[in-house]
Design a protein around this ligand. Structure first.
Ligand SMILES: Nc1ncnc2c1ncn2[C@@H]1O[C@H](COP(=O)(O)OP(=O)(O)OP(=O)(O)O)[C@@H](O)[C@H]1O
Length: 757
């Protein structure tokens, strides 16, 4: 883009004046535009006393450099004639004029034009050699101290080194930004690292993975059976495993995956694993292999959970009396299981409560809050997502936060897959000071998050964990809630009785039946559990469009944007991508008055329903009064938050989204990677959220996705109406498919070990 905001790219400048190749040379006088990611640069130079605008891609370029370039003249629609550079060399300034120009360009801190002139007057064309070889002599010039002399030399040599390093890295197809990161990390060590073990980059530099390192290694000519390569490949397999939810892999699975990745014929991959264990990069336990950090996360979490699990002496009669008074004031009578759960939370340092929809989890949380409030205790409520926290606040009337906020996250963005996660202000050194912490929607909490939470909880704090263990497990690695329950080491209450009247809600009864793997009778006259039979994907999508726009909003008294379409997969004929495209055209078609912005494969349009797909704690929001005056501001938009695109501003390159509660957020065009169309979302993304009505296409897909607990999770997201559209056989098969996707995790084993069971 140029200084006036116009995009200048090769396609606009493609009309060639003539095919002939020219050579020009001169100083880079003024850089008009530079994209640090891909190196695309527009600059002016003087050649034969005429100003020439040059365009091209450069690994490194600074004003004041002397460039010799080959290329041809092209015509730009606005700027007319430009020189498009195809190859070039930067020359170290040799004559006096060139040296003066370079030093005086402002590129070297502490040297202005006058000092540059003084230096060149004194040393002449020999200036560069002097600075590189005898920098102390610069101090012979009036006004330059020895310290400054050394600083100038450092800068000059540093720049030269960096320029060479950037050019070197570019040969391996590494982007400019990445190159500067690499150079910053290794400095002049970069040559040895690239030649000997480029796989170190994958270990040390965020954004470089095994694949990129492997690509570089191939270009360098490193053998495919090199030790470095195999070790790095093994770590990469483990990293991928954690991205798929596992905290470890059994040795056989690891070996098989590593062989498939590395395509080398090595019999004994396991001895490389042993080497990695000696280097403490992996842990081997019972022939299971963990990336070290995951082993220690499970171990630490287990130890802390056991430590928190103490029994407090309580006065049974007093508790009974207190509960009776709460029941009276709330107008409820707890059943035995519910009472056991509440008393368990009062008596124990650690309490786990699980149950399906309508079994009274919220009722119990409310009772626990009232009890501890009466005792004058400090209580904190949290949930793993923004939407779940919001719902918890609404149902309890008590402020609930995301777990990240509770831990005072410090950092822009969660990186779901790095495992490194964010930095929390609340930790062992600075723990949470409170008496009771209640976490809802525990099924969504992964090993990273529980570990961070436990680190910040001090002994003596009661931790009450509530969730539905039959929901899909967390997106991140681990199977925390299930493992805690399976360990059989802690106090757990499983609520089974459904308290909502069955005639009131088929959603609840059917959800429970699905969860038990029982057949569900589809009742034509059901008011809230509808099944529309359609056979083909086209017919399903057609029915879905009509239902979402014309039928359900009136039926459940909600806006079209509140009705949520959810589907098991991203790809495929009824996957998220396809549905979003179709629904966008149907619900928000293009119009001359609606601005659009293309980003990757997606076109965002004013009026579109969008979802934030990462936690961003630093993005700002504002609330406006009726007159458009900003009356409240705050920070943070969370993974799963949905909103509507209100405005697209081409001049400032911004997209404005209105989220729930009229929070307005500005996204720069570059930030659009944080947004996705949300007419349809995956069931995984819907976890922790509720909608007035939910529409689920029923069409066969990969068996490992089409599972009972996925259907159960989807159905339980609906408050007033579930509408399934498609093939009944698919629905029945999902209920029958109790094979949850296998997750390798071992928090339960660690808990038992710590307890010495
Ligand atoms: N002991 C009880 N006696 C009478 N009604 C109850 C009792 N426990 C819960 N309920 C009622 O049952 C309904 C569901 O309870 P609650 O909302 O607490 O369940 P939940 O497990 O949180 O459900 P969900 O996960 O669907 O929100 C509510 O209307 C609640 O008032």
């Amino acid at each position: 883009m140029d200084e006036y905001g116009n995009i200048i790219d090769d396609s606009q400048a493609s009309e060639v004046f003539g095919d002939s190749v020219h050579e020009i040379e001169g100083f880079v006088e003024h850089i008009i535009y530079r994209n640090e990611d891909n190196g695309y640069t527009v600059f002016n130079t003087m050649f034969k006393d005429r100003e020439v605008t040059c365009i091209g891609t450069f690994s490194y370029l600074n004003e004041g450099e002397y460039i010799v370039a080959q290329g041809s003249y092209v015509k730009h629609p606005v700027y007319w004639k430009q020189f498009k550079i195809t190859s070039y060399a930067l020359k170290t300034p040799e004559d006096e004029k060139a040296v003066l120009k370079y030093l005086g360009s402002g590129a070297i801190r502490g040297i202005g034009e006058k000092t540059a002139q003084n230096i060149v007057n004194y040393f002449g064309a020999d200036t560069f050699r002097i600075i590189e070889e005898e920098p102390e002599r610069l101090a012979e010039i009036k006004g330059i101290s020895m310290k400054k002399a050394m600083d100038i030399a450092d800068q000059l040599i540093g720049r030269k080194d960096m320029r060479n390093a950037m050019m070197f890295l570019q040969k391996y197809g590494i982007s400019m930004n990445m190159s500067s990161k690499i150079y910053e990390k290794y400095g002049e060590g970069i040559y040895a690292i690239i030649q000997e073990n480029p796989y170190r980059l994958a270990d040390d530099i965020g954004g470089i993975g095994f694949k990129m390192a492997d690509d570089i290694a191939q270009r360098v000519g490193i053998r495919s059976d090199s030790d470095y390569r195999i070790r790095s490949g093994i770590l990469y397999v483990l990293l991928n495993a954690t991205a798929a939810g596992h905290t470890f892999l059994p040795m056989e699975d690891l070996v098989e995956a590593a062989k498939a990745l590395l395509l080398v014929d090595i019999d004994d991959i396991s001895h490389y694993v042993t080497d990695l264990a000696l280097e403490k990069k992996v842990v081997i336990k019972n022939n299971n292999i963990y990336a070290s950090s995951y082993y220690y996360m499970e171990l630490k979490a287990a130890a802390k959970l056991v430590q928190l699990d103490i029994e407090y002496g309580i006065d049974d009669a007093a508790v009974k009396q207190a509960l009776e008074s709460i029941e009276k004031s709330e107008g409820i009578t707890l059943d035995d299981m519910q009472r056991e759960a509440v008393i368990g939370a009062i008596r124990n340092g650690l309490m786990i409560i699980t149950g399906g929809p309508g079994t009274g989890k919220t009722t119990i949380i409310n009772t626990i809050i009232r009890y501890f409030e009466m005792e004058g205790m400090d209580i904190r409520l949290a949930a793993p997502t923004g939407r779940a926290a919001k719902r918890m606040s609404e149902t309890t009337g008590y402020e609930a936060q995301t777990v990240h906020r509770l831990l005072e996250v410090n950092g822009g963005m969660d990186d779901e897959h790095s495992g490194a996660g964010s930095h929390f202000e609340r930790n062992e050194m600075n723990p949470l000071e409170t008496d009771v912490i209640i976490v809802d929607e525990m099924s969504m909490v992964d090993i990273n998050l529980i570990n961070a939470l436990l680190a910040a909880v001090v002994d003596g704090t009661r931790l009450i964990l509530v969730g539905d263990v039959d929901q899909l497990p967390s997106v991140g690695p681990g199977n925390v809630l299930r493992d805690m329950i399976n360990s059989e080491c802690f106090n757990v209450v499983k609520l089974t009785r459904i308290f909502r009247q069955s005639d009131e809600s088929e959603i609840i009864t059917n959800a429970h039946a699905i969860n038990r793997g029982e057949d569900v009778a589809l009742n034509k006259y059901s008011r809230d559990f509808l099944f529309i039979h359609r056979d083909t994907p086209e017919a399903i999508i057609a029915a879905l469009c009509t239902v979402v726009r014309d039928k359900l909003p009136r039926y459940v008294d909600a806006d079209v944007s509140e009705i949520q379409v959810m589907t098991p997969m991203r790809k495929g004929v009824v996957g998220v991508e396809k549905l979003n495209q179709t629904l966008q055209t149907y619900l928000n078609p293009p119009e001359a008055s609606k601005l659009e912005k293309e980003f990757g494969q997606v076109t965002f349009r004013v009026g579109d329903k969008v979802m934030q797909i990462r936690n961003n704690y630093q993005i700002e929001w504002e609330r406006r009064s009726r007159y458009g005056i900003v009356n409240e501001t705050g920070m943070g938009v969370f993974n799963g938050d949905t909103g509507i695109i209100e405005e697209i501003r081409p001049y400032t390159e911004e997209v404005v989204v209105r989220f729930d509660d009229d929070r307005y957020v500005k996204y720069g065009y570059k930030q659009l990677e944080e947004l996705e169309l949300a007419y349809a979302i995956t069931v995984h993304k819907s976890q922790g959220s509720e909608y007035p009505a939910v529409i689920i296409p029923m069409f066969p897909g990969p068996r490992m996705l089409m599972t009972r607990n996925l259907l159960y999770t989807a159905v339980t997201r609906a408050r007033k109406c579930v509408c399934l559209i498609g093939r009944e056989d698919c629905f029945r098969e999902m209920i029958a498919n109790g094979n949850e996707q296998k997750r390798y995790s071992s928090l339960d084993v660690r808990i038992k070990e710590v307890r010495g069971d």
